[in-house]
Ligand binder design. Structure first.
Ligand code: F6R
Length: 616
């Protein structure tokens, strides 16, 4: 995954492009570059490494041009290097292109172009694009204003794969052409200036009016116009959407890192996600017209997602099952899509994805649609690819999540899915008014309880100080607490690079306990009063073997327990069992964060990871 930015207007382009790239670094950060139109000639500057390297290039500082394109890369084809960094130009240096996505047939295209005498200077899949554009452009005898759009269209006709592309041409120095397919691209409309980016936050400080480009739509931009063309190059009008987020929401707002800011935004994100969905003791999903007849006809519900979003699915599986009495399964999208799953019109398929762009999740959704199932997307990004594919889309309102490690999206997803479970229960008459009322009441105070947890960071910082040099850490829990263990374990490994594993506490005896020896760190999560005795007995077994134990307990569990046996005890407020993962995960997100800080790592951009995995 990569990030792209574009600017066309009257200001100096380079600073705007660099600022946009900095905001898009979560999409990739192994090399970066910009191309600016300088007196009718395209000037390209690029380098290996972070966007900050571009700020050090003197030539970039001197660029005066008002039109430019830029790219921050996360390598897929070709190692991170200056040669492989974007923008790429064609052999005649007439065109410069930045590209986010993957061209699957680039090897064949490259061979075809080489046979025509073209040379290649990088190992990227992208380099075929500017050369194809130049090939079609020079072959076209019609010298009208749409010549460049035609060349781009003829090129995309040859491409198999995904792309969001920006094109500059020194024979048309006052325009820019863009197109997308299966990779995101938005156009921001300014006053006598226009912006392009992979996502809205990158350019939110300049404009609030956006066009969301659909698959195979082309746009030709000048300073004061944006013309849209469909896949057959038929011109059409498009309506701009006005975004209500403010730029502050997409900025660090005084926090040291985005991840910390996003952890602290959880009470707001949960509140916003509940929003107006509960009213007078009833859960409302007006956009879903599910009837009792439809829900009763279902044989099963499938929840499909990746990573943290999949963990959110695990955290609500038993809640959905209990409330709907419909057999519910959770699966990893990359596994699900390749094993001919038993899905038909009697299956409701729910896809959870913060970004709405995860390739495996989208592919799994397409598969379920083909098999006749109804598809429901749970996402945080309005206008994202999945919302255009799914039969229904419901939104978490977590605001932009920039840190690679997901935090507020996870707790918002669980919030929304518990609401959905209650909505199913209402329709199916599976829940009493009283029970529904109690859960809703608890849900409404949940943001305050999360706020309370966020106040006790000193204890967690202290635990992190003792844990950051460890090589391994184990997370244990039973039932719903096991799902938190899974998410907490992922959090610590992805940002602190400590090897960590999560286990259902009862599984320990079946092998893993062999790894427990003096000094090994084990974290136990215990909020389910029905299961706590069992987990405590597992914890005692590992204490006997010399483990250092940290436990996360609800107040109710803590009050009846001899907590002296544990090394560290974190107590969180009581809540309904269905909602407990939303509270118990918070101290463990903080623990992962502070361990990473103790190690001096880049919390927001962990190595080898990108925010959205838009390729397989
Ligand atoms: C981990 C993390 C990832 C994502 C996963 C799915 O902190 O962020 O595991 O949860 O890549 O991403 P989305 O939700 O965008 O589909």
């Amino acid at each position: 995954m990569c990030g792209i930015v574009g600017y066309i207007g009257n200001q100096k382009a380079a600073p705007i492009l660099l600022s946009g790239l900095t905001k898009l670094e979560y999409r990739g950060y192994d090399s970066a570059g910009i191309a600016v139109m300088e007196n009718g000639k395209i000037e390209v500057q690029k380098d290996k490494g972070r966007v900050s390297n571009l700020y050090k290039i003197k030539e970039i500082e001197n660029l005066q041009g008002n039109i430019g394109i830029a790219h921050t890369r996360w390598a897929t084809h070709g190692i991170p290097s200056k040669e492989n960094a974007h923008p790429h130009t064609d052999n005649t240096k007439k065109f410069a292109v930045v590209h986010n996505g993957i061209i699957e047939n680039y090897v064949e295209l490259r061979k075809e172009l080489e046979a025509e005498g073209y040379s290649f200077y990088s190992q990227t899949d992208t380099e075929v694009i500017p050369n194809l554009i130049q090939y079609f452009y020079d072959k076209d005898d019609k010298n009208d204003e749409l010549k460049i759009v035609r060349a781009v269209k003829n090129t995309t006709d040859k491409l198999i794969g995904s792309y969001a592309i920006e094109v500059l041409c020194n024979e048309n120095p006052d325009i820019m052409v863009v197109v997308r397919k299966d990779s995101p691209l938005v156009i921001g409309k300014g006053n006598n200036e226009n912006y392009i980016a992979s996502d809205i936050p990158a350019i939110l400080s300049y404009t609030k009016d956006f066009y969301l480009l659909e698959n195979l739509e082309f746009a030709m931009l000048s300073r004061d116009s944006i013309r849209f063309f469909d896949k057959d190059l038929k011109e059409f009008n498009k309506k701009a959407d006005t975004i209500t987020w403010n730029a502050m929401a997409a900025d660090k707002n005084g926090y040291e890192d985005y991840m910390l800011k996003e952890i602290y935004e959880q009470p707001t994100a949960i509140r916003e996600t509940i929003g107006t969905r509960v009213n007078e003791g009833i859960c409302k999903f007006d956009e879903l017209n599910f009837t009792k007849e439809y829900l009763s006809s279902l044989k099963q519900i499938y929840i499909v997602a990746c990573g943290t979003a999949m963990h959110a699915g695990l955290a609500v599986k038993s809640t959905i099952e209990r409330m709907s009495r419909i057999h519910t399964q959770v699966d990893i999208a990359s596994e699900f899509r390749y094993r001919d799953p038993l899905v038909d019109e009697k299956t409701l398929c729910i896809f959870i994805t913060q970004s709405g762009e995860t390739a495996d999740t989208i592919a799994a959704l397409k598969l379920c649609k083909e098999k006749g199932a109804k598809t429901l997307a749970v996402t945080n990004v309005i206008g994202s690819s999945i919302t255009r594919e799914a039969d229904y889309a419901i939104y978490t309102h977590a605001g932009p999540e920039i840190a690679v490690a997901s935090t507020k999206a996870y707790t918002s997803q669980i919030t929304l899915l518990v609401l959905l479970a209650m909505y199913f229960a209402q329709i199916l008459n599976n829940i009493s008014k009283e029970e529904l009322g109690n859960i809703i009441k608890e849900m409404l105070v949940l943001p305050n309880k999360v706020e309370e947890v966020l106040k006790s960071t000193e204890q967690i910082k202290d635990i992190a100080k003792h844990m950051f040099k460890e090589k391994d850490v184990f997370y244990l829990g039973r039932g719903i607490d096991y799902t938190t263990a899974q998410e907490a374990s992922l959090k610590v490994k992805e940002i602190s690079y400590i090897h960590s594993e999560s286990y259902a506490a009862g599984e320990l005896k079946h092998g893993t306990i062999a790894l427990i020896e003096k000094g090994v760190n084990v974290i136990g999560i215990m909020t389910d009063t029905n299961l706590v005795k069992k987990t405590v007995s597992n914890m005692e077994e590992i204490i006997t073997r010399g483990a250092i134990t940290t436990v996360v307990l609800s107040e109710e569990v803590a009050k009846d327990l001899n907590t002296d046996i544990f090394t560290n005890v974190i107590v969180v407020p009581n809540t309904e069992i269905y909602l407990s993962p939303i509270i118990t995960v918070v101290p463990l997100q903080l623990l992962a964060y502070y361990i990473s800080k103790e190690k001096g790592l880049d919390v927001d951009k962990p190595r080898n990871l990108a925010k959205s995995v838009t390729v397989e």
